[in-house]
Design a protein around this ligand. Structure first.
Ligand code: NAP
Length: 240
């Protein structure tokens, strides 16, 4: 039997790379990064589809290509690509604000739009948007990033309801996950004092690792998670 196809955006490193390693074998993967050169590892048999999501034209072409090349067999989308420029809003250049909104929110919205069209025809599918704990708790120096991540939670909840309203099926699920502090390039540059502060707030007394997220994503994609829909799942070691 042909394997189901899963799109993972931002699959060149960090969480996306770990998710691709975890899902490979069970699914045929469509792996995305901003450019081909970003990949240091590609799971065998995967398709590659690149685009810089801060560029609306590239994003639009990406969505068209996704529909044209994989529209008939797409099962799931993991909207994982993301970026942050941490600084006080009053010092944040407009181009950084635009990039954070485009990559973290506009791109997932446009990819969800494409996926909803595809899933409306196939009558099934799963979308998982990677949000963040800062969406609900806020975080100094991440106001725009946090706002975009909060948008993903609202997007997911709304689309879960919309899928049921528009389609004669209950096999389309849309949800978000909110990782806490996970050790990747994105968090590597944080000052030790900030890391220490976070560690003291985590009952699990450790930072998360990329497998913590990949394991949860694999479960959420499976039939065992068929009753989990329209919600935001925290993966944060109990961060208070
Ligand atoms: N790490 C954490 O603690 C944490 C916590 C909460 C939420 N998250 C979220 O989890 C997701 C993955 O984070 P991570 O820590 O794995 O980040 P990462 O290691 O920095 O990887 C980011 C990925 O996003 C892609 N990306 C960045 N800018 C892009 C752009 N302009 N266009 C297209 N793709 C772009 C990168 O592709 P290139 O390599 O081509 O640039 C890369 O594959 C993000 O959405 C992040 O906000 C992370």
């Amino acid at each position: 039997m042909e394997k189901k196809k899963v799109l993972i955006t931002g699959a060149s490193k960090g969480l996306g790379l770990a998710i691709s390693k975890k899902l490979s074998g069970e699914y045929t993967l469509i792996l995305h990064a901003s450019k081909k050169e970003s990949f240091t590892h590609i799971e065998p048999g995967s398709h590659i589809l690149c685009a810089d999501f801060s560029d609306n034209e590239q994003l639009s072409d990406f969505c068209k290509q996704l529909k044209k090349e994989h529209g008939d067999t797409l099962y799931a989308v993991i909207n994982n690509a993301g970026l942050t420029y941490d600084k006080p809003l009053n010092f944040q250049p407009e181009r950084e604000i635009d990039a954070m909104l485009n990559v973290n929110l506009r791109a997932p919205i446009m990819i969800c739009k494409t996926a909803m069209k595809i899933f409306g025809l196939s009558k099934s599918g799963v979308i998982i948007n990677i949000s963040s704990v800062v969406a609900e708790r806020g975080n100094a120096f991440q106001s725009v990033y946090a706002a975009a991540k909060a948008g993903l939670i609202a997007l997911s909840k709304s689309l879960a309801q919309e899928a049921a309203a528009l389609n004669d099926t209950h096999n389309i699920r849309v949800l978000s996950v909110a990782p806490g502090y996970i050790e990747t390039d994105m968090t590597a540059g944080l000052p030790d004092a900030v890391k220490e502060k976070y560690l003291n707030l985590i009952p699990a007394k450790r930072f998360g690792n990329v497998e913590d997220i990949a394991d949860t994503i694999a479960f959420l994609l499976s039939d065992k998670a068929s009753y989990i829909n329209g919600t935001n799942i925290h993966i944060d070691g109990g961060l208070t």
